[in-house]
Every structure is written in C-alpha cells, then in structure tokens.
Design a protein around this ligand. Structure first.
Ligand code: 8YV
Length: 328
C-alpha cells in the first residue's frame, strides 16, 4: 500500500483528537452528523473503503458483507464487543476484523459498581425526592436500602471486565463468586480471591447480586432465560453492563414486576434502543442508556486502538487486536 493512503470510512463521529490524528494518517471520510448509517449507506461505504470503522450501532451481517465488493480489507471496530459483526463471514471473504479490548475495562467495571450501588441504595429514588422538593427531612426509616459488604456477588463471565468488577467488589467487602467457560488460575492479572462455580445454575441460586459480564455470542444468547432467572433469590439484584441479549428481557421484566427478583441495574437492552416499556414503570430498576464505557479518556483510548490497528495493517502486519472466529 506504500505511497497511497488508505481510504478509511468512519460510521459515527469520534472524539476530535481521534478524528484529527486519523486524518493525518489516512484518507478519512467522516460522517457529517452523528446519526447511525442506514443499511444502504453502509453498503455504499463498504464499497469505497479500504477500512471501515463501525460501532455497535452498525450491524455488519453476512448479507451486508456479501455486497461489500473487493476493496474492503479491514473492519476496525470502535468497540470491544464484536457481536455487531459476522466475523466468520468476514474471514471467509478475506476481510480482517479488529476491536478495542482493554481500554474500556475500568470504566465499564466502575459503571457496574455504580449500578449495583444505585439499585441497592436507591439512589435514583433519593434524587427524585430532592428534585421534586419532597424531602420532609431526615427519618430513621426513610429510603432504606441494602448493604453490599458481606453480600455474595456472582460474576457471569470472568474476562477483563469481570475481573475488574471482582477487584472492586472485593474492596467493597463483597464475597466474589464467578462462572466462566473455564476456571481461571489465581488471577490473570493479579491475585484474585473468587470462588469458581462450574454450574451456573448452582451459582445463580446462591447469589445476592448477579453481574453479567460475558460477551454476546450464539452460546450466551438468553443464557439468563426465564428458567435461570427463576433460580435467583427473590431478594437478589441483577446488573447488566455487557449485552442485553444475554438476558431474556421480557422474562426479567415480568419477574421484577412480580417482585420475584428484587431489582435490576441495566445499561444494555435486548433490542438496543427499544426498551420494554414496562421496565421504565418500575422503581426497583435503574436504567442507563449504554453508558458503561462513556468516559472522555476511554473514548480517546478506543480511538487510539483503532488507529494502531489500521496503521499496523497498513504497514503490512497483523493488527494487534485481530479478532478471529475461534476467539468467540
Ligand atoms: C461501546 C461496548 O461504547 O465496546 C463495547 O463492546 O459495549 C461499548 O461500551 C460501544 O460498543 C462502541 O461501539
């Protein structure tokens, strides 16, 4: 590729510093506004790009890849999760896929704890009292919540983010448990005291808080289905900062309404922006609009990762964050 700059099409507006650096290195096509591309726009973009930089709001499925033409060589996803991309079909068509792991770990783990605290300590309810000027003054019995210290936290998916949640939860005095495809050896990054459960069902039944931290893949879709949700203690709380598809949202909503699960803190939803309206009516849930990794620092670092992946590819090497189907 020497001599000729790669054409890079970015589907959403990124932090200015990232766009500026990208324009120094490549022929970059930026979107005018920050709306997601339509399917037709994506097809057209894939026809004129050497490299596409999509986000979670772009579904790059087999149908779309089938119309990509021969020019597209790399899909450098601006995000860690790649469930928006059919990685196997891309591979078959000779298109590489990279992602941005590692740089959103701490932020997403922070948000997991924020949701856990918000639900158990009823922070939104307290905020509503103040906003509506409804405070009658301190009372020994008002707005009582539950204590995290001493509670059992079950982490479903002990990858980078799961481990970062585990470290935080341990510092909060929680007892940490986890279920994962495989057992981890005494901490991947640092010693971690956590109890491994080979049986997800058995773990779920004993936890006070369940945190969903596994990626969405065909084998994790509805892992938390109605049957498993029913195994949870009625006093337990579920927190999801991973992907909505891992939890059967309708079943969860029904159980929250019936007080068969005590509460939920959700940052992600099964159908993206289309949230079950009944969830919004409940006061035992805290709902956020997928903000888990939304920090200034994280977004810039995600952009830097995208840049390194494209630059390395442009230099004729394997992008450092290459995603291959066997990883999923
Ligand atoms: C990102 C995420 O903001 O990176 C991920 O997998 O879930 C998010 O936090 C989003 O996906 C960017 O595309």
């Amino acid at each position: 590729m020497a001599g000729k700059k790669l054409t890079v099409v970015v589907t959403r507006r990124l932090p200015e510093a990232v766009e500026t650096r990208m324009m120094e290195l490549f022929d970059v096509e930026l979107r005018e506004d920050d709306t997601p591309m339509s399917r037709a726009e994506l097809v057209a973009a894939m026809g004129r790009a050497d490299v596409l930089v999509p986000t979670i709001t772009d579904t790059i499925d087999a149908g779309l890849l089938g119309q990509a033409g021969d020019r597209l060589k790399l899909i450098a996803n601006y995000g860690a999760g790649v469930d928006n991309i059919d990685v196997s079909t891309a591979r078959q068509r000779g298109i590489l896929v990279s992602n941005t792991p590692g740089v959103l770990t701490e932020d997403t783990a922070d948000m997991t704890m924020a949701l856990m605290l918000s639900v158990t300590r009823r922070i939104p309810e307290g905020m509503a009292v103040m906003q509506k000027d409804n405070w009658d003054g301190w009372s020994p019995t008002a707005l009582l919540g539950g204590r995290l210290a001493g509670r059992r936290l079950g982490i479903l998916g002990m990858g980078r983010i799961g481990q970062a949640v585990a470290r935080r939860a341990a510092a909060f005095g929680m007892q940490v448990h986890y279920h994962n495809r495989r057992r981890l050896h005494a901490g991947l990054e640092e010693p971690l005291e956590a109890t491994y459960w080979e049986s997800l069902d058995q773990m779920i039944a004993r936890m006070d808080v369940l945190s969903i931290n596994c990626p969405h893949t065909p084998s994790t879709f509805h892992l938390m289905n109605a049957r498993r949700l029913k195994l949870m203690k009625p006093t337990a709380v579920i927190v999801n900062t991973s992907r909505g598809e891992v939890v059967d949202e309708n079943a969860l909503t029904r159980m929250l309404r019936a007080n068969e699960i005590a509460g939920a803190g959700l940052d992600v939803y099964e159908h993206g922006r289309t949230v079950n309206p009944r969830l919004r009516e409940l006061n035992n849930v805290v709902l956020l609009p997928h903000m888990g990794s939304a920090t200034h620092e994280g977004r810039v670092e995600m952009g830097e990762k995208v840049l390194i992946n494209i630059k390395t590819f442009d230099d004729g090497h394997r992008p450092p964050d290459l995603v291959v189907p066997s990883m999923l």
